[in-house]
Design a protein around this ligand. Structure first.
Ligand code: DAH
Length: 340
């Protein structure tokens, strides 16, 4: 008869890799003809005073073999399951419905990435603002029409609190908080008291840009915006700056890009002018710098603001701004390919 020690070692070193080995293990250690079973048969021949201890040891070794058997069986069953799953390539796959990013988010990310590549950092701020950050610090005169209740959502109980009408408020917040050189890009939601049509909405999104340092010139602004336009719309795009007016910039301009559909020949998109307006810009007015605690003799800079819905409509050739707010999945699904 084998000793308990020998048996234990044999059980421990038994390798089970497949169903046959598992059966061999069962026959060798757990069947009626196994060594362990003959030990059980032996119990009655053991002298009475040793019988109890012997019985205990036989039981222990049997439990040990049983435990090994169950462990092997469990892991073997698991492996078998994996194997059949991998092997059955004819099974239909599970349909996972992948969503798409909203086109407005796609466009905001694209604008942000282009500017981040040339050293701008992204800053965000509150939708609910006060008069100072949206108007006063930005050099809006008292009687400016944007301050009118017709255009801006004010809160009746507190005339100083309003929903920001543009992200230019973030220029002010940034200049109040940071010292030049400043290079930031500020995406966000803005609100205007406007009737909703195919081209206007009371909520939309803007990205504001601001660059303040020593000796920043109009030429720096033009080059930066050309770089942006070409990365966004293609390397052949040209830009033009038309004189304009904003209270917070002097001089101010509107920027057009050459129509990227017709290349400037004239088509429906550019209304046969060859140009499409995409943003407002200008050199930050010295009054604004001073309002925000920046020395206007030492520093200069430029700012710009663009409407994301407008850019998205141009880039993806959609003709109704309301599509961006209705969230009809048939519209949104079309942006799967552009989702990164
Ligand atoms: N805040 C302007 C608007 O909402 C856009 C704008 C124009 C922003 C010129 C600027 C700028 O920073 O320089 O229409």
């Amino acid at each position: 008869m084998k000793s308990f020690e020998e048996l234990r070692k044999e059980i421990e070193s038994f390798q089970i890799e497949n169903a046959e080995a598992l059966e061999a293990f069962r026959l060798q250690f757990l069947s009626k003809k196994s060594d362990i079973q003959s030990m059980f048969n032996e119990i009655r021949n053991i002298p009475a005073e040793e019988r109890k201890q012997f019985g205990q040891l036989v039981n222990e070794i049997k439990n040990f073999a049983n435990k090994r058997f169950e462990e092997f069986k469990a892991s073997y069953d698991q492996q078998a399951e994996v194997k059949t799953a991998v092997a059955d390539i004819t099974r239909p796959d599970t349909q996972v419905s992948v969503g798409a990013m909203h086109p407005i988010s796609i466009m905001m990310d694209q604008v942000r990435r282009i500017f981040e590549d040339i050293g701008f950092t992204t800053v965000t701020g509150p939708d609910i603002e006060d008069d100072w950050h949206v108007f006063t610090a930005l050099n809006f005169p008292e009687e400016h029409p944007a301050r009118d209740m017709q255009d801006t959502f004010f809160i009746e109980l507190h005339p100083d609190i309003l929903l920001r009408t543009h992200t230019s408020s973030l220029q002010v917040r940034t200049m109040e908080a940071q010292k030049p050189p400043i290079r930031v890009i500020c995406p966000g939601r803005v609100f205007r008291n406007e009737a909703i049509t195919s081209r206007a909405h009371c909520i939309f999104h803007q990205v504001e840009g601001l660059y303040i340092a020593e000796n920043v010139s109009f030429a720096d602004m033009k080059q930066t915006l050309l770089y942006f336009a070409q990365r966004m719309f293609g390397p052949d795009v040209r830009i033009r700056l038309r004189p304009s007016y904003f209270p917070f910039t002097e001089p101010s301009a509107e920027m057009d890009i050459s129509c990227y559909i017709c290349g400037g020949e004239g088509c429906n998109l550019c209304k046969h002018t060859g140009w499409v307006e995409i943003l407002g810009c200008g050199m930050v007015d010295p009054n604004v710098l001073e309002n925000c605690g920046i020395d206007s003799k030492k520093y200069s800079g430029f700012a710009f603001g663009l409407g994301i819905e407008r850019m998205t409509m141009l880039k993806y050739k959609t003709n109704d701004i309301r599509l961006y707010f209705e969230n009809d999945v048939r519209f949104l699904e079309q942006f799967k390919a552009a989702t990164k």
